[in-house]
Design a protein around this ligand. Structure first.
Ligand SMILES: *[C@@H]1O[C@H](CO)[C@@H](O)[C@H](O)[C@H]1NC(C)=O
Ligand SMILES: *[C@@H]1O[C@H](CO)[C@@H](O)[C@H](O)[C@H]1NC(C)=O
Ligand SMILES: *[C@@H]1O[C@H](CO)[C@@H](O)[C@H](O)[C@H]1NC(C)=O
Ligand SMILES: *[C@@H]1O[C@H](CO)[C@@H](O)[C@H](O)[C@H]1NC(C)=O
Ligand SMILES: *[C@@H]1O[C@H](CO)[C@@H](O)[C@H](O)[C@H]1NC(C)=O
Length: 212
């Protein structure tokens, strides 16, 4: 819904003839910034700071470039943090999308890596996720306020997908398919430690609706 709304707004606001220009850079410090004209398929500017971990290997990157609207996750000009954490690998990001010429100059803060008290089922290793023998639990970090559970296809065999993710990735199945692959079936679940408060929140929202 939010996505559709910002899609419509973007179309309405963008001048039809001119193409948007965005800052473009990819190296770690984003030292070499150029300006590029966006293709019609990527009509938005984005700045994204990413922290990925694979085992004990930690990589920080900054990327500024044209983007598709789907990659924006939240409406334009709203900073968002999103993350997918399998335990043995994690990919977390802070980003802003915008739609005026070269609006993506800002470099955003490094995504949060502190545990947040939420816990999700997970696979202990990539080998376990391929073998389907997942019996671990994972302490969620930063913006990860939901669990994911499902399957994806890797190297034409099915692997189990389990871990923590940020709930802003749960609202759109296309976003999850972009993250986990076209053949993936991944659903979101409430993490263990907040199951009760999620129920209370739903109740409160329902009560609110009835009252209004
Ligand atoms: C920017 O995005 C385009 C596709 O729109 C891609 O071809 C290019 O490699 C990207 N540049 C950087 C620096 O990531
Ligand atoms: C900066 O990037 C541009 C385009 O990607 C490239 O042509 C140029 O050589 C780069 N400059 C430096 C100093 O790396
Ligand atoms: C998961 O299973 C393995 C072997 O099947 C076992 O060694 C391990 O203790 C189990 N871990 C948990 C957290 O139950
Ligand atoms: C999620 O996990 C449970 C086991 O805990 C499993 O039965 C179920 O099929 C999984 N997949 C989905 C998409 O719910
Ligand atoms: C895919 O499977 C083939 C054959 O089983 C194997 O040789 C190859 O290393 C696998 N590739 C990856 C990326 O796992």
């Amino acid at each position: 819904m939010q996505l559709l709304l910002s899609l419509c707004l973007t179309w309405a606001l963008l001048p039809t003839a001119e193409l948007l220009r965005c800052h473009e850079c990819a190296n770690e410090g984003c030292a070499n910034i150029t300006s590029t004209e966006c293709p019609a398929t990527s009509p938005i500017c984005r700045t994204i700071t990413s922290l990925t971990t694979s085992g004990s290997n930690l990589v920080l990157t900054v990327n500024k470039n044209c983007s598709t609207l789907l990659n924006c996750i939240t409406p334009l000009t709203i900073e968002t943090e999103w993350s997918v954490n399998r335990g043995f690998s994690r990919s977390s990001h802070t980003q802003i999308c915008c739609a005026t010429d070269n609006c993506n100059l800002q470099t955003l803060a490094v995504p949060n890596i502190l545990t947040n008290g939420k816990v999700c089922p997970s696979c202990a290793s990539s080998a376990d996720s391929m073998a389907g023998t997942c019996n671990s639990t994972l302490s969620c970090m930063g913006a990860e306020d939901s669990c994911f559970n499902g399957t994806s296809t890797s190297n034409s065999s099915q692997v189990i997908e389990r871990g923590c993710l940020s709930r802003n990735l749960c609202t759109n199945v296309l976003i999850r398919q972009a993250l986990f692959g076209a053949n993936s079936q991944v659903v979101c679940r409430a993490p263990w430690s907040v199951r009760l408060s999620a129920v209370l929140l739903t109740f409160a929202l329902t009560a609110c609706k009835v009252l209004v």
